[in-house]
Design a protein. Structure first.
Length: 547
C-alpha cells in the first residue's frame, strides 16, 4: 500500500511538473500576445521584431523547463516565477505591456503557490536548495542569453555600420568613377574642340593662301592693265585718269603701278601734262603725280610744251597755272618748238585770269615773238575763239597795257594785231568793246600808212579821227609826223594821244623843244599864229625822227 502511494506521489509530482511547464508556456504566449497587441499601434515593424525575439526566448525557457522537469528538481512555482521574470525582463516600449504580462501570470502563480503551501513542509524544505540552485542556474542562463543577445546586437550594429561604410565607399567610388568619366568626357570634348580649332586654322590658312594667290594674280593683272598702252597715242590708263582729273583712280593706279607716272605717250606727253590741262580739278592730281615723278614738273613733250602750256590753254586752268608758277616760275619763259610761250597759249584762248598770272611772273614775255613773228597780242587778236562773256576786248587791253609797242609790231605776214582783229568779221564785237569808232576806216588807214608816199594818207587819217590809244599805237612811227598837224587840227586830246605813242626819248626832246619855243615867245613878246606853231612842231618832229 505504501509502495502504491509512493508511486502515485511520483506520478502526481510528474503531472504537476508537466502542468507547470504547460502553464509557463501558456503564460509566455499570453505575455507575447499582450506585447504584440500593445505595440501594434506604434512602430509596428520594430515591435514585431522584438515580439518575435521574445517568442524565441519563451520557447527556449519552455525547453529549459522541460529539461529541468526531467530531472525532477524544479517545482511548478519555480517555473511560474521563471516565466514571470522572463516576461518582466523583456524590453517594452512602456510599462503597460509588462503590467499586462504580470497580470496574466499572477493568477496561476498564486494557485501554484497555494498548491505548494498545501504540501508538506518537510518536502518544501528539502526542495528549497534545489529550487534556489535551479533559479540561480536560470538567472545565469538568462544573463548569459542577455549577453549573447547584446553581443549579437552589437555584431548586427557593427555589420550594419560596415555595410553602411561599404555602401558609402561604393558610392564614393561611383562618384569618383563618374567624376573620372566626366573628366574624360571633358578631355575628349577639349580634344575635339582643339581638333576643330586646328581644322579651322588650317582652313583659314588655306583660304589666306588662296586669297594671297588670288590677290597676287589680280595685282599682276592690274599691273599689266595699268601698263598696257592703248589708242593711237599709245597712252596708259593713267593718262586718261589724269586728263579726267579723277583723283581716286589716279591714286589707285599709282598704288598699283607707280612707274606709269613717268610713262610718255606717243607724242611724248606725260600724265602730269594731261593733269595740268584738266583745269582746276587737276591740282590734286598733279600733286599725286609730282610726288611719284618730280621730274615731270619741268619736262616737255615732243612739241616742246611744258605742263604750264597745257594749263594755260585750258578753260578754268588759272588754279593750275598759279600752282605751277609757285613751284617753277621759270616755266613762264619756256618756248615750245613753235616759239610760243604759255602766254601765247593763254592769249590765243583769251583766258584773262591766266594771262594776268603769267604777265605777273614774267612781264617781258608780252613782247616775245614766236616763229611766226607774233606777239601774245597778235595771238589774242587773231584768236578764232570767243572769250567768256565776250571779254576778248579785256584780253587785248591787258596785253596792250603790258606792252604798248607790241601794237605796231608786224607779224610774219606784215600785219599788226589790230589789223588781224579787224580783218576777222566774227570779231566785230571785240571792236565795239575796244570802242573803235570806225573799224572799217581804221583798217583802211592801217593799210594806207604802210604804203610809202600814199597821197590819200592825210584824207584817210582825217576821216578816221578820233582814234583810240590802241589805234594810235598801231600806226607806224614814220607816219606820226604826218599825222601830227592833222591831230593838232582835230583836238589837243588827239595830239596828246599821238605824242604819247612817241618813244620816250623823242617824246622828251619834243617836249623840250615846245618849252623853248614857248619861252622864246614870252621873252620876245611875239605871239606866233596857230598854223605857224603847228608847222614848227611838225618840222621839229620830223627832225627828231630823222636824227
Amino acid at each position: 500500500m505504501a509502495f502504491t502511494m509512493f508511486i502515485l506521489g511520483i506520478l502526481a509530482w510528474g503531472a504537476a511538473l508537466s502542468i507547470a511547464a504547460v502553464l509557463g508556456a501558456v503564460l509566455a504566449g499570453r505575455a507575447l500576445r499582450a506585447m504584440t497587441a500593445h505595440g501594434h499601434g506604434r512602430d509596428g515593424a520594430q515591435w514585431r521584431a522584438r515580439v518575435a525575439l521574445g517568442g524565441q526566448q519563451a520557447e527556449r525557457l519552455c525547453g529549459r523547463a522541460t529539461r529541468l522537469s526531467g530531472h525532477a528538481e524544479i517545482s511548478a512555482a519555480s517555473l511560474i516565477v521563471a516565466g514571470h521574470e522572463a516576461a518582466s525582463k523583456l524590453t517594452m516600449p512602456s510599462g503597460s505591456a509588462a503590467s499586462h504580462a504580470a497580470a496574466a501570470c499572477s493568477p496561476m502563480q498564486r494557485q501554484l503557490q497555494e498548491g505548494e503551501g498545501a504540501g508538506r513542509p518537510s518536502e518544501r524544505a528539502s526542495q528549497q536548495p534545489a529550487l534556489e540552485q535551479t533559479l540561480k542556474l536560470a538567472l545565469e542562463s538568462l544573463q548569459a542569453e542577455r549577453q549573447e543577445r547584446q553581443t549579437a546586437e552589437q555584431q548586427q550594429r557593427d555589420l550594419e555600420r560596415s555595410l553602411q561604410a561599404e555602401r558609402q565607399g561604393r558610392q564614393a567610388a561611383e562618384q569618383q568613377q563618374q567624376a573620372l568619366e566626366r573628366s574624360l568626357q571633358a578631355e575628349r570634348q577639349a580634344r575635339q574642340a582643339a581638333e576643330q580649332q586646328q581644322c579651322a586654322l588650317e582652313q583659314s590658312l588655306h583660304a589666306e593662301r588662296q586669297g594671297r594667290q588670288a590677290a597676287e594674280r589680280a595685282l599682276q593683272q592690274a599691273v599689266e592693265a595699268a601698263t598696257a598702252r592703248t589708242g593711237f597715242c599709245q597712252q596708259v590708263p593713267l593718262h586718261g585718269a589724269a586728263q579726267r582729273g579723277d583723283v581716286q583712280e589716279v591714286r589707285l593706279i599709282l598704288a598699283i603701278a607707280p612707274q606709269t607716272a613717268a610713262v610718255t605717250a606717243a607724242c611724248g606727253t606725260l600724265p602730269f601734262h594731261l593733269a595740268a590741262g584738266s583745269g582746276n580739278t587737276g591740282v590734286e592730281t598733279m600733286e599725286l603725280l609730282l610726288d611719284v615723278a618730280p621730274a615731270a614738273l619741268t619736262a616737255t613733250n615732243s612739241a616742246g610744251m611744258t605742263a604750264l602750256h597745257h594749263a594755260a590753254e585750258r578753260y578754268g586752268g588759272e588754279w593750275a597755272v598759279g600752282w605751277l608758277l609757285q613751284r617753277a616760275p621759270q616755266l613762264a619763259e619756256v618756248q615750245d618748238n613753235h616759239g610760243a610761250l604759255p602766254l601765247h597759249a593763254a592769249a590765243r584762248w583769251l583766258f584773262v585770269s591766266s594771262m594776268r598770272q603769267l604777265l605777273a611772273a614774267a612781264p617781258l614775255t608780252a613782247t616775245t615773238r614766236d616763229r611766226q613773228g607774233r606777239t601774245p597780242l597778235h595771238a589774242a587778236a587773231a584768236s578764232p575763239f570767243r572769250a567768256v562773256d565776250d571779254a576778248s576786248g579785256a584780253a587785248l587791253q591787258l596785253l596792250f597795257e603790258a606792252a604798248p609797242t607790241a601794237a605796231r609790231a608786224l607779224d610774219g605776214t606784215g600785219c599788226t594785231p589790230l589789223e588781224l582783229l579787224l580783218s576777222n568779221p566774227e570779231r566785230a564785237g571785240t571792236a565795239q568793246q575796244l570802242r573803235l569808232h570806225s573799224p572799217d576806216r581804221t583798217l583802211a588807214l592801217l593799210r594806207a600808212v604802210r604804203q610809202p608816199g600814199n597821197p590819200d594818207l592825210p584824207e584817210r587819217l582825217s576821216a578816221a579821227l578820233p582814234l583810240t590809244a590802241l589805234e594810235w599805237a598801231s600806226l607806224p612811227l614814220a607816219s606820226l609826223p604826218t599825222a601830227l598837224p592833222i591831230a593838232l587840227a582835230h583836238s589837243p586830246a588827239q595830239a596828246r594821244q599821238l605824242v604819247l605813242q612817241l618813244p620816250s626819248l623823242e617824246r622828251r626832246r619834243l617836249r623840250t623843244f615846245a618849252l623853248c619855243l614857248t619861252h622864246t615867245q614870252r621873252h620876245t613878246d611875239m605871239a606866233l599864229p596857230q598854223a605857224i606853231l603847228q608847222s614848227i612842231l611838225v618840222q621839229a618832229c620830223c627832225l627828231l625822227f630823222a636824227g
